[in-house]
Design a protein around this ligand. Structure first.
Ligand SMILES: [Zn+2]
Length: 81
């Protein structure tokens, strides 16, 4: 016979699901609080850390791309008008 620990009682489904739910809630709050946001030094808007700014398109004082907001805003106004 194998010498492994045998649970004395069967684990209830509700307690298993309760523990799982508590774990999921803990992980979700951890992920929500761990968002690494930073302020853009050029336009002072909120941006993701280590990513180019979506508002002005700069990273490390360098123009990486033209911001989409200015390009996409113009055609939408023409369609509405
Ligand atoms: Zn910016």
């Amino acid at each position: 016979m194998s010498k492994k620990p045998v649970p004395s009682k069967k684990q209830a489904v509700s307690s298993t699901r309760s523990r799982h739910g508590a774990y999921v809630r803990k992980v979700r709050t951890k992920l929500a609080n761990a968002s690494s946001l930073d302020t853009c030094p050029k336009c002072k808007s909120t941006k993701k850390r280590h990513f180019a700014c979506q508002e002005c398109g700069t990273y490390n004082d360098r123009q990486v791309f033209e911001p989409k907001s200015k390009k996409s805003a113009a055609p939408i106004q023409e369609i509405e008008a």
